[in-house]
Design a protein around this ligand. Structure first.
Ligand SMILES: [Zn+2]
Ligand SMILES: [Zn+2]
Length: 228
């Protein structure tokens, strides 16, 4: 076998083993400090390699509850491991990208393809054709934030300047149900950790600035049977 063909086969083999994307990151400790290292995101899972030995981790995809992407520079890996000091609350690993590649859409796609659970993505999907959109106010316990709800073929996104609440939900993975009690109201139920408990879903309630398009809502109702 020629050396080139051999090299090619080795390269394909290595790729299929899932040597993925490597990010230079800081693991942000709670509440202060951090350690620096490399995060490898591949088909096998997520591995964190650092000189602080106690913080080295190698998670298979089934060891991860969710990944919360705040921005392409900041994200959290939530595992199932208990935090002893917080009465068994699940342990989050907060990461900040230091330099080089971000957790951009391409790298995040590796997570979306492999993680068998819902994610939290606060970076709105951009590349998609919008089927329907409506300006809204997202209602909080007190007050709210304003933005636009956009319905694409595969995603529902909420875009707002209030970055904390911006979202991109995959219609078939993160969205549980969509319903409306009147034409100026729309509620979206999603898989998201609500107050630390990931087994509960979270409701995003919106006040609509324009009446909801009736035929589009009929379509939505057919797609998502309300779970309540
Ligand atoms: Zn650390
Ligand atoms: Zn809000």
């Amino acid at each position: 076998m020629s050396r080139w063909i051999y090299g090619y086969i080795v390269a394909v083999f290595i790729t299929s083993l899932g040597f993925g994307q490597t990010l230079k990151v800081r693991h942000d400790h709670d509440p202060w400090g951090g350690c620096e290292g490399e995060l490898v995101i591949s088909d096998l899972g997520i591995e964190y390699k650092t000189e602080k030995e106690k913080h080295n981790r190698n998670w298979a995809w089934t060891d991860i509850q969710t990944v919360d992407r705040y921005s392409p520079h900041k994200f959290t890996v939530l595992t199932y491991a208990d935090q002893k000091i917080l009465l068994g609350r699940d342990q989050p690993f907060d990461f900040t990208v230091l330099e080089g590649d971000d957790l951009d859409d391409e790298t995040f796609a590796v997570i979306l393809q492999n993680l068998p659970r819902p994610v939290v993505d606060r970076v709105p999907e951009e590349a998609e054709t919008i089927v329907y959109e409506v300006p809204v106010k997202h209602l909080h316990t007190f007050g709210g934030c304003e933005g636009t709800l956009r319905f694409g073929k595969d995603h529902i996104t909420y875009e707002t300047d209030h970055k904390k609440d911006a979202r991109s939900w995959r219609r078939d993975r993160e969205v549980v149900g969509v319903w409306s009690v009147n034409r100026y109201d729309l509620e979206i139920q999603v898989y998201e950790r609500d107050g630390g408990d990931f087994n509960r879903t979270r409701n995003f309630r919106f006040q609509l600035k324009e009446p909801l398009n009736e035929s589009y809502y009929t379509q939505l109702r057919r797609e998502f049977l309300p779970v309540r």
